[in-house]
Design a protein around this ligand. Structure first.
Ligand code: AMP
Length: 226
């Protein structure tokens, strides 16, 4: 091979290195939001954050990289520690939109650290720590789920609503079918616990879900007061 050939080959090798490094190692994200009333009315203890009772609104649980086969990566980079100095400008919004409910009462950093370490570190090929939290906040804001539901007459009033009615309201509002997850209150009634929305690998656009999580919801479910 002549000198020119070598240069072309080296360029190609360099390019393939670059392409393989920038490729995502997951297929899509779930944005998982949670109804605080359903986290708090189970037998498990719930503690309001130090800033007080959260708004009666869906709170972010996490932005989770996932595979199309339903499995997911976790704890991908033990060297990438949660660093609160990188998200200082987001903390007040996180306290409002990503409230911790675990006990003992705390500000939320433990919850956010857990989400970063378990899920966020698996999306480092496409976003850094600041972008990870910022993208989740923007997506939650864009989804506006409580407004979508209340506009369809589905209110957090301890009433029972059809699973298909809830699913349809969200599909009509966002354009994509959500995953709905239930848990049980102390009277063993199934209730709306978490909503899963699928997001593209850039972490910015909602997409149709490649696979929906198993939601354990019956045809009628309660929407708990909070
Ligand atoms: P994950 O590990 O991200 O799949 O989420 C499950 C963990 O998050 C469990 O340990 C839950 O108890 C915890 N968790 C879920 N929701 C909250 C919340 N609002 N505040 C604090 N911890 C939570």
């Amino acid at each position: 091979m002549g000198a020119k050939g070598w240069v072309v080959l080296k360029l190609l090798m360099f390019q393939s290195l670059f392409v393989s490094q920038s490729q995502e190692d997951f297929d899509f994200f779930y944005l998982v939001v949670q109804w605080p009333g359903a986290y708090c009315d189970t037998k498990r203890a719930c503690c309001y954050p130090t800033s007080g009772k959260p708004d009666a609104d869906f709170g972010i649980h996490g932005l989770w990289p996932n595979y199309k086969d339903g499995s997911w990566p976790s704890n991908c980079d033990p060297d990438s520690q949660f660093d609160r100095t990188q998200i200082e400008d987001l903390v007040s919004s996180m306290k409002k939109n990503w409230p911790t409910l675990s006990c003992p009462s705390n500000e939320g950093f433990e919850f956010w650290e857990h989400e970063w370490e378990k899920h966020g570190t698996c999306s480092e090929s496409v976003m850094d720590q600041h972008e990870y939290f910022e993208n989740a906040l923007k997506l939650k804001d864009k989804a506006n789920l409580l407004q979508i539901l209340t506009n369809s007459g589905i209110n957090p009033d301890d009433g029972f609503y059809g699973l298909s009615e809830i699913t349809k309201a969200i599909k009509d509002g966002i354009g994509f079918t959500p995953g709905i997850q239930c848990n049980k209150d102390p009277e063993r009634n199934a209730q709306l616990y978490q909503i899963y929305l699928c997001v593209d690998t850039s972490g910015t656009e909602f997409i149709e879900c490649p696979v929906l999580p198993r939601g354990r919801c019956p045809a009628q479910l309660q929407f708990a007061k909070f």
